[in-house]
Design a protein around this ligand. Sequence first.
Ligand code: KIV
Length: 272
Amino acid sequence: MKKRLSVRDIRKKKIIEHSQEPIVSLVCYTAQMARLINNQVDIILVGDSLGMTIYGHENTLSVTLDMMINHGAAVVRSTDKPHIVVDMPFGSYEESPEVAFRSASKIMRETGAQSVKLEGGEEFAETIYFLNQRGIPVMGHIGLMPQRIQTLGGFFTQGKTEKESIKLMNDAKSISQAGAFSMVIEAIPEEVATDITKKIDVPTIGIGAGRNCDGQILVSHDILNLFGAFTPKFVKKYGNVDENIVKAVKDYSQEVKNKKFPTPDNIFTIKK
Ligand code: KIV
């Protein structure tokens, strides 16, 4: 059996020398996709964006702990190399460190994942410390925090003013000091992400945060063009799976209508 990347291995990937490779991460939610990407990535995040990409919700707020656990367990079962992080959904950790521990320990126990991720800056430092001290590694998430969509009023770039960028730096420092083993930085100017990456000693994983983070993460559904609702500027599409699906289903439909399917290769006959 292969050894999965541990939080220690991820921490060691903090880029100190130019020759080091950035951390490759993808968001993925299903057994099938996880099997396909097992050998290509360092980290798989089972993200709560599944509420939108898989379940068709407008945002991530209706995602439950059980949804995260079912998808997290499927991804863990289907991989043996990457470090698996499972997102803590909205409402499962904000109330207190104790509530967060109850939710996070359930995720760890029932999925077999190696760590959890939660959205928030300085205000969650105490929670991150509490979890970390009790055996639960936490990946932070700052910048655009989709679980705050209703207070933000939309999915907007963060940290564009001096005041906001100072707040982001404080958030990054405070959650790394609290014990976060790495952090996602979403949708902020490249200059701000670069500065944060230089000043904290755990890896930054950028999504829409420019070229100088210690790693990059994108959503598998976005890079394969499997999620048509909208495409953020920071996404690069590396495939066109939705077109292939539509074409395959059109061909199937035509062949059924024209009685070209099933062929003799697809049928059973009685024994002579
Ligand atoms: O849920 C998710 O897909 C995420 C990524 C945007 C990092 O948190």
